[in-house]
Design a protein around this ligand. Structure first.
Ligand SMILES: [Zn+2]
Ligand SMILES: [Zn+2]
Length: 148
């Protein structure tokens, strides 16, 4: 129940984000984001397409891919480079720098808040006059459940 509330909160936040920035909160965008919010596992673009197609009316691949791109660009979902898959962001505001933990044993993925780490990277890079617009940190290991 608690999960459901926070899930719809996140969807509402995304909706408000669209309104504020004059983006359209289209049905495909809504369906892609709700799907990722309801799953706690990374999904590839093809899996997202398949899951959305089987449930309701057919949805065209470019429509789904564009919706994924839109949420990714705006920081609501993250692409896990090493898995070529996507997860919904667990943060309360959209952001472009994130850190993901992937369990080698059960494949569970969670987002970690490591602001200080990305901050220190940013500082190092500032000295070299490089501008970072996006960063991904992927950490691998075994999760709490698998360690028991
Ligand atoms: Zn995030
Ligand atoms: Zn695990």
């Amino acid at each position: 129940m608690i999960m459901k509330v926070s899930q719809s909160n996140k969807l509402n936040r995304a909706k408000r984000f669209c309104e504020t920035n004059k983006y359209r909160f289209t049905e495909p965008r809504e369906r892609v984001l709700s799907l990722l919010l309801s799953r706690h596992e990374p999904l590839g673009a093809y899996q997202i397409l398949k899951l959305l197609s089987s449930k309701q009316a057919k949805i065209k691949p470019p429509t789904v891919y564009r919706a994924i791109d839109f949420w990714k660009k705006n920081g609501f979902i993250h692409r896990i480079e090493s898995m070529n898959a996507y997860i919904a962001c667990c943060e309360h505001k959209h952001h472009q720098n994130f850190c993901i933990f992937i369990c080698n044993q059960c494949n569970k993925v969670s987002e970690l808040t490591l602001e200080t780490l990305s901050q220190s990277i940013t500082n190092i890079i500032k000295d070299k006059s490089i501008v970072i617009t996006r960063s991904t940190t992927e950490l691998f290991g075994s999760c709490f459940e698998c360690n028991r």
